[in-house]
Design a protein around this ligand. Structure first.
Ligand code: SF4
Length: 219
């Protein structure tokens, strides 16, 4: 049987957090194989002013509003600290009401929101090579989500910071890949759990996923 590689997700001591105990033998802070990427990261913080500024702004927002500010407020505090004025919103078309409300808050707080919905351009899924039976609603016109277009349109608008509102899993990956501005996520889409993915991890209901294969054919 292949030896399981242990990492931070198997750690019960979290000594990196407070340095009050001991590091486990497989610790990524300590083991020789992980030193090169860690060294490289220290160098990036030291040499890249933009990265350092973002790292500091994030840590300041965390400390100044710890357990006080909602994520909506934290995004605003973060934007303010960065000096970001034009805020791009990459939104799911199904969450336009939420995006509109967020844009109103941004405007009221002196920012300039610019939003692009996921179906922008409205091209059919057939053009991606998808079959009718692969659609959510076969037999209907169904445009594909266009996260690359969302990113390029926000790049054209020269946004300072982009915010994801409910993009699908994977569409968010493409948006992040093509966005010029840095990206933060306000809403992680979860259609079943009111956009609260943690609900699945807090609930016993999903415990079967820890021991029963989701992909039995590949076992
Ligand atoms: S860095 Fe080390 S101490 Fe911290 S969570 Fe990972 S394994 Fe645990």
């Amino acid at each position: 049987m292949e030896k399981k590689v242990l990492s931070c997700v198997h750690c019960g001591v979290k000594n990196c957090q407070d340095q009050k105990g001991e590091y486990p033998p497989f610790c990524l802070t300590q083991k020789p194989e992980t030193q090169a990427p860690l060294e490289e990261s220290w160098k990036i913080y030291a040499e890249n002013d933009e990265v350092r500024k973002i790292a500091v702004a994030s840590a300041q927002v965390e400390a100044e509003h710890y357990c006080q500010a909602t994520r909506v407020q934290e995004v605003l505090y973060f934007a303010k600290k960065l000096g970001a004025k034009k805020i791009g919103i990459a939104t799911c078309v199904g969450l336009l009401n939420e995006a509109r409300k967020f844009a109103r808050i941004l405007e009221a707080q002196g920012f300039e929101p610019y939003g692009v919905a996921c179906k922008v351009g409205s091209r059919s899924k057939e053009e991606l090579g998808m079959k009718d039976e692969e659609k959510v609603y076969p037999g209907t016109y169904e445009p594909y989500c266009n996260p690359v277009g969302q990113a390029l349109l926000l790049n054209q608008a020269k946004t300072d910071l982009n915010v994801i509102i409910g993009l699908c899993v994977g569409h968010d990956s493409l948006f992040i890949k093509y966005s010029d501005a840095i990206v933060t996520c306000l809403i992680a889409k979860d259609r079943v759990l009111a956009h609260n993915p943690c609900g699945a991890l807090y609930s016993d209901y999903f415990d079967h996923l820890t021991d029963k294969p989701m992909f039995p054919d590949e076992e």
